[in-house]
Ligand binder design. Structure first.
Ligand code: GCW
Length: 654
């Protein structure tokens, strides 16, 4: 059945047997208590809403979770209802992962960010831009009168990992979303999400006053425009009193914005910020801007936004993608982070795998997000947003392992200090190796002692498999970098769909910055984009120490080499190989790794339900074929420039 994937990481059995009490009643506390009643098997638990010094210090969403001295009861206490909800899910997670001594709990938690937000690129016709898991969950036709069960399931899953906001429509926004008809539908969703601690936000089209309001302009300094937004905001808050605010993509990829009226991004953002201010709303203003111009695309967001530092209202947050180009398998971090000390900033990660093999490739993204935090101090950010990978597919995300990316996003937004490995471990235990499977494992063991003894692969058993799967997840991001775009290469994708390789793509008349050759710049002399001082000088946007490191070809780390330099084919790499040979080895390594993932996965057959086993197995086949496709396409193409041979110990192109 579709059961298996649909339960996400919340697979715990429903034979809870403990007494659960709560010192207050509310819809949210009711949810927290019900979760515990259903599944908690242990000493009584009390949910205690309490405002004292300790709970206030932990904040409305923080909590303390502790066992009494005699070990006979557990208390979760918080100053806010959401804290109790998160505490309840925390306790269930501990039970499900079996990682702690439940009789001696003393945990204090509070989130690193107050805003932990999913961005859905969902259109009103239920298509999803860059969505690979079916259609949009939001059934606009049936709303507001009919509510799908999945709305609450979605909210529950988010609450279990601490996500507390959702932007439900695409940043390429239809102004229709602000029509009264649609706002009533949005309200219906907000009402479902509210008891799970989730606020609704909307993406808006900057030209809405014209498109929807019939005004002649959308100039943010125009009186009528200002009044239009004020009225619209009032209408929204009347329907949804805890509405979160707006997300805006302006003057980017053809979207309207303040620059159309010769105003700055700050002027546009501030006008909206003033409209939502009385209701405590916020504006998330995206910095994803670039246009076909002489300036290197990687430099443009910085060039446009950095000079505006200090000009934004305090309820505006500039939302910046992790890298300076666009969600590539590996990018250096965007130098705009840290460059606007007087402006609130947040990071936008992409959970949906637009450039990472869609829902076909197994790629665990937490290592990539952690890499970003190697460069950007978590505390320098105000919030975290993730572009969702969720759709109507029975298993929500397409690939069963893509669920781990939704999970990891939530966990990191709660605590960016968690390691990618710890999160993988938690997720695996809850998703594949919970009680139900432990039992299956024991049963399998019973009649099969002999086989277990003799067959090494079976004998590798449950726990070893668990650690192999964790390794597989941990290696998966580096593998995709290797088979798609190693050594700092980027954007070699085929036109439009961003799935397969097309480094040779050349469409006459098309935007040059949408052509792979703009990025790889392969020629007889070498390959890579010179962003050093001899080229676009993008390196100068980085803080001094990194600027020097990246700018000098002899110190630039291999993984960013072709991002920052046009290197000669025989350039000596850190491994001692020539650039060309290293490129060949990396592509080959990526392919080999995916094959090793297949072998590891095949060992899980006896431990995992057939449905998910087969699903992952067949997707890994696609991934392995795609990896070969990438390797062959890129090496055969670049070989024409390098004029060098593919080393003999590497698999020949097919
Ligand atoms: O990653 C690119 C995508 C577009 C997307 C845009 C953006 C929503 O290819 O589909 O549009 O970025 O982030 O605005």
């Amino acid at each position: 059945s579709a059961e298996n994937g649909s339960r996400l990481w919340l697979r715990y059995s429903t034979d809870g047997n403990a007494t659960i009490s709560c010192n207050k009643q509310s819809p949210m506390l009711g949810i927290a208590a019900t979760e515990l009643r259903r599944a908690w098997k242990g000493v009584p638990v009390t949910l205690s809403l309490q405002r004292n010094k300790e709970t206030r210090a932990l904040g409305e969403e923080g909590y303390r979770l502790f066992t009494s001295d005699d070990g006979r009861k557990i208390t979760i206490t918080s100053a806010g209802e959401r804290g109790l909800l998160y505490g309840a899910f925390h306790l269930l997670r501990l039970q499900d992962t079996g990682t702690e001594n439940l009789s001696k709990l003393n945990i204090k938690e509070s989130p690193a960010y107050n805003l932990r937000i999913l961005n859905h690129w969902d259109n009103l016709d239920r298509s999803i831009e860059r969505g690979y898991a079916g259609r949009s969950l939001w059934d606009w036709e049936a709303l507001p009168s009919t509510l799908s069960d999945r709305y609450a399931d979605y909210a529950r899953a988010n609450a279990s990992i601490g996500i507390n906001g959702t932007v439900i429509n695409n940043v390429n926004a239809s102004s229709q979303i602000l029509s009264t008809e649609y706002l009533e539908k949005v309200k219906a969703l907000a009402d479902v999400f509210r008891p799970y601690g989730i606020r609704v936000y909307l993406s808006i089209n900057f030209a809405s006053p014209m498109q929807l309001g019939g005004l002649a302009t959308a100039d943010p300094l125009d009186k009528e425009v200002i009044a239009w937004w004020k009225n619209k905001t009032k209408e929204i808050y009347h329907l949804i009193p805890d509405f979160g605010g707006f997300l805006v993509k302006a003057n980017s990829e053809g979207q309207p914005g303040p620059c159309d009226f010769n105003r700055t991004h700050a002027e546009g953002a501030n006008m909206l910020a003033d409209a939502v201010k009385p209701y405590k709303g916020i504006i998330m203003w995206r910095a994803f801007v670039y246009s076909p111009s002489d300036a290197d695309r990687a430099k443009q967001a910085y060039l446009e936004f950095q000079p505006l530092d200090g000009q934004f209202r305090d309820n505006v947050i500039v939302q910046i993608k992790n890298g300076p180009v666009d969600f590539q398998p590996r990018e250096p971090y965007s130098p705009l982070f840290g460059a606007m000390p007087k402006t609130a900033q947040m990071v936008e990660f992409q959970i949906t795998q637009e450039y990472l093999g869609f829902s076909n490739h197994l790629v665990y993204l937490a290592p990539m997000w952690k890499e970003f935090f190697d460069f950007v101090q978590p505390s320098s950010l105000k919030a975290m947003a993730g572009v969702a990978n969720i759709g109507t597919d029975a298993n929500w995300c397409g690939h069963p392992f893509a669920q781990s990316n939704w999970y990891a996003f939530g966990r990191l937004a709660w605590n960016p200090e968690l390691s990618a490995e710890a999160i993988a471990e938690e997720w695996l235990k809850q998703t594949f190796f919970n009680e139900e499977l432990r039992m299956k494992n024991e049963e399998f063991g019973k009649g099969n002692e002999e086989r277990l003894q003799s067959d090494i692969s079976i004998n590798s058993s449950f726990l070893i498999l668990h650690s192999s799967l964790k390794q597989l997840m941990m290696q998966s991001r580096e593998a995709v970098v290797d088979y798609m775009m190693p050594l700092g290469l980027h954007h070699l994708f085929a036109w439009g769909h961003h799935y397969g390789p097309e480094p040779w793509c050349d469409i006459p008349g098309a935007r040059p910055d949408w052509m792979p050759s703009y990025y790889h710049k392969a020629d007889k002399a070498g390959i890579g984009f010179d962003r050093s001082h001899t080229g676009s000088n993008a390196t100068a946007q980085y803080p001094d120490s990194l600027c020097h490191l990246y700018d000098d070809i002899s110190t630039c780390p291999d993984e960013y080499l072709l991002w920052f330099h046009h290197a000669p084919w025989n350039h000596t790499m850190q491994s001692g190989r020539t650039l060309w040979d290293e490129l060949c080895y990396r592509y080959d390594k990526g392919v080999q790794q995916v094959r090793s993932f297949q072998r590891i996965w095949d060992l899980t057959e006896n431990y995992i339900d057939t449905e998910r086993f087969k699903d992952v197995q067949s997707r890994l086949k696609i991934q392995a074929r795609d990896a070969v496709w990438w390797k062959d396409a890129c090496l055969l193409y670049f070989m024409e420039y390098s004029g060098m041979r593919i080393p003999y110990d590497i698999e020949r192109p097919i």
